[in-house]
Design a protein. Structure first.
Length: 380
């Protein structure tokens, strides 16, 4: 494993009941109380910009590919409007709560890391972004045109000096970005007039789908685009409800492990993870809900019906190669050959970004978990 440094932004292992998360491609680890993403040493900003150029067939925003025009002055058309001044709270490192007041929708936002960037783009807010940074993967095709209009910085993790020079009125990122050796405490920025919003599941000890929903809705409130945010969250909730109704016809609840190999030890995404929350809300049963890590003997003893294998390709990786390497930790190991999930071809890959600080990618995670639990059900 590589040394954990800020430039590497390795994800910290959270050794508490229910969740320890590890990333895949470069052997780092992730947890709820402090994390980063990617490998700054391998990120070429020029390549990121080139990879995220839209072709002529893609549009600027919106989950279904439509172009979304949203103004902080006019909002959307379905009646949900933000009244300013708006008081909002967020959670920083170690779960500390911070309160701030928005006098109006922010106009100069610095967005760092995948989910934060994609949330703003999905809400049609690219014109409110002064800079983006920290992409591990390409944004979805329907967001590439919007992303291309933003100022993607050369620094994977922008320094405090860089951010200060941009004069933002809001910073949207993860809790790991607000430490003494990076940007400092959130209250320093809030006190100087720059509001901060932090992905909740990177700051609190127990991750959940509800936290991801709330973050999207809160960004909708901050920018007076509540209807758009609500539509994104409603799609996620509707998918869960639809699958639960369809699953009621199943004779039993499938038992599940969501795991990721980390140098021979398997990180277990348990009850206090987004992935675990997805499994239980969709009608599955976690085979080992509380252990942060599992050994080979634990997996064999659990013998789940379904195994979800977590992987994470970073910029510069071949996604299919990384995926197969992680699948092979189960499929190519004779130790696991007798497992029900292996015998029944129910070992399913799922990307880390779809189940950790997943933001708008939460929809993808829900659908992958649902299809893995109930392969005979159609989600179309």
């Amino acid at each position: 494993m590589k040394t954990k440094t800020l430039t590497h932004l390795a994800l910290t292992i959270l050794l508490t009941a229910g969740l320890t998360v590890s990333s895949a491609g470069c052997g780092s680890t992730a947890g709820s109380n402090g994390s980063g993403s990617g490998d700054a040493g391998r990120i070429d900003a020029q390549s990121v910009r080139a990879d995220n150029q839209a072709d002529s067939q893609t549009s600027s925003a919106g989950g279904s590919g439509e172009t979304v025009q949203i103004s902080s002055e006019t909002g959307q058309n379905n009646g949900l409007r933000t009244e300013y001044p708006l008081t909002m709270t967020t959670y920083g490192p170690d779960g500390q709560e911070y309160s701030m007041v928005f006098e109006k929708a922010p106009e100069k936002v610095v967005a760092v890391y995948q989910g934060c960037i994609e949330t703003l783009l999905a809400l049609g807010l690219e014109d409110h972004i002064v800079a983006t940074a920290g992409l591990d993967n390409e944004v979805p095709d329907n967001l590439k045109a919007a992303f291309s209009s933003t100022n993607y910085l050369d620094e994977f993790t922008p320094s405090k000096e860089t951010v200060t020079m941009l004069e933002p009125d809001m910073i949207f990122s993860w809790s790991s970005y607000f430490r003494e050796d990076t940007l400092g405490s959130p209250d320093e920025w809030i006190g100087s007039g720059t509001n901060v919003y932090i992905n909740t599941n990177t700051a609190v000890s127990s991750d959940s789908l509800e936290n991801e929903f709330d973050d999207i809705l809160n960004i909708g409130k901050i920018f007076d685009v509540q209807d758009r945010a609500q539509a994104i969250v409603d799609e996620m909730k509707n998918t869960i409800n639809t699958v639960k109704e369809m699953a009621e016809e199943q004779s039993s609840s499938p038992s599940v492990l969501v795991i990721e190999n980390l140098n021979g030890t398997f990180t277990n995404y348990g009850a206090s993870s987004i992935a675990g929350d997805m499994v239980t809300q969709l009608g599955g049963t976690l085979a080992n809900p509380d252990a942060p890590t599992l050994g080979e003997e634990d997996i064999i003893a659990a013998d789940p019906d379904v195994i979800f294998v977590v992987y994470m390709p970073y910029a510069g990786d071949d996604p299919e190669t990384v995926k197969q390497e992680h699948l092979d930790n189960i499929l190519a190991d004779d130790t696991f050959a007798s497992l029900s999930a292996v015998q029944d071809s129910r070992v399913v890959p799922i990307m880390l970004s779809e189940i950790y600080a997943s933001a708008t990618r939460t929809q993808d995670g829900i659908e992958i978990i649902a299809q893995g639990l109930y392969p005979d059900l159609s989600l179309d």
